[in-house]
Design a binder for this molecule. Structure first.
Ligand code: UT7
Length: 322
């Protein structure tokens, strides 16, 4: 049996910080409302000349450094992003060029906030089938570019960042299972209603922004993430108590707390970073993972449950031995 093991993690947050107090000056909101309803205190915003690939590259290099490998050892690159640098080439190809890797497959995956979970699942299948030996999997976003800074319903929620893992083929247990889902019937609850082929004008005018029916998304996220946690454990004949760490998508502290309650996991075993950087979409799970690996909370041999929910709707989970 071939497993994919996480042999390195990395992350990067842009230098510029936007606090809740800064937002109070931009829209009709308060620090108290944002903290009480979301848990978010600040978010990082990419510089004008800083793009998704720049964030991805820094996170990837950190992950490769921890793994103790060189870029030439990578034979698959997958970047999960909703905010690619450009229409094409993919951000994964741009990154491949910067890393000086020539030949192996490189592509983007678009599943919004579930993007990293989707990308890990795809990379795991490449490794399990022998198609790749060492994969670089990255979630990277510059959501600030698709945020309407006049809309208090959304602009307080999102931030920019990147997180990465290096996966390596191993005969020791690593990723145990992955579970992916989507339901396009809910496309209008959370979306950017314009793009290349549709409403192209908005893109040209720089007004291709996120829209969200927040409260409805919130309720769906809570019930769906509860279900995915059950599905993941049942598929592996495992008990809730077998999970050492819950590493959830960082959208809202109240959603995270609800999922932890469902798992009966004390909050001490839940990695929470949402207060530090808001919702960074595909970057949020690997950012949280890297934080808890680097501060030595997560140790080798422990069981991790990663989960995410986002636009599409898409949702999914990764169960892994670290
Ligand atoms: O990552 C992908 C998945 N995304 C999510 O998981 C996000 C899910 N949604 C949420 O996290 C929450 O629904 C929000 C944080 C977006 C909103 O919290 P809520 O408790 O669902 O509030 P609400 O939308 O029901 O709005 C309550 C009130 C409204 O005012 P009225 O109509 O009661 O007078 C809003 O207009 O809060 C108002 N409001 C704000 N007030 C101050 C909305 N945004 C703000 C704001 N500051 N930034």
């Amino acid at each position: 049996m071939i497993y994919s093991r996480i042999i390195g993690t990395g992350s990067y947050l842009p230098e510029k910080i936007l606090t809740n107090q800064d937002l109070e000056k931009i829209v009709d909101t308060t620090d108290q409302w944002i903290v009480e309803r979301t848990g978010i205190k600040k978010r990082h915003i990419a510089g004008d000349e800083e793009y998704t690939c720049d964030l991805a590259e820094k996170a990837a290099r950190n992950a490769m450094q921890m793994a103790g490998i060189d870029a030439k050892d990578i034979d698959l690159i997958i970047v999960a992003t909703t905010t690619p640098d450009q229409v094409f080439p993919s951000t994964a190809c741009l990154l491949q060029g910067r890393l000086g890797i020539h030949g192996p497959a490189a592509f983007d995956v678009q599943a919004v906030c579930t993007g990293f979970v989707y990308a890990v699942s795809v990379a795991d299948k490449f490794i399990k089938t022998g198609s790749a030996k060492r994969a670089l999997v990255i979630g990277a976003e510059t959501l600030s570019r698709i945020t309407d800074w006049n809309d208090r319903n959304t602009c307080v929620l999102f931030g920019d960042g990147a997180g990465a893992v290096v996966l390596e083929a191993s005969d020791e247990p690593g990723i145990i299972s992955t579970h992916l889902h989507a339901d396009g019937a809910f496309e209008n609850m959370l979306r950017v209603p314009s793009g290349i082929s549709r409403n192209y004008g908005a893109l040209r005018e720089g007004s291709a922004f996120m829209e969200m029916r927040g409260n409805e998304v919130f309720k769906m996220a809570v019930t769906t993430l509860g279900r995915i946690v059950d599905e993941t454990l049942e598929a592996n004949n495992m008990q809730k108590s077998d999970v050492d760490w819950l590493i959830p998508h960082q959208a809202n502290i109240r959603i995270i707390q609800a999922t932890a309650r469902k798992l009966r996991t004390p909050m001490e075993q839940v990695v929470v970073t949402v207060h530090e950087h808001g919702n960074t979409s595909a970057a949020s799970v690997p950012l949280a993972l890297d934080t808890a690996v680097r501060d030595a909370r997560i140790k080798r041999g422990e069981t991790l449950l990663m989960e995410a929910f986002g636009g599409g709707f898409t949702w999914g989970s990764v169960l892994a031995k670290f």
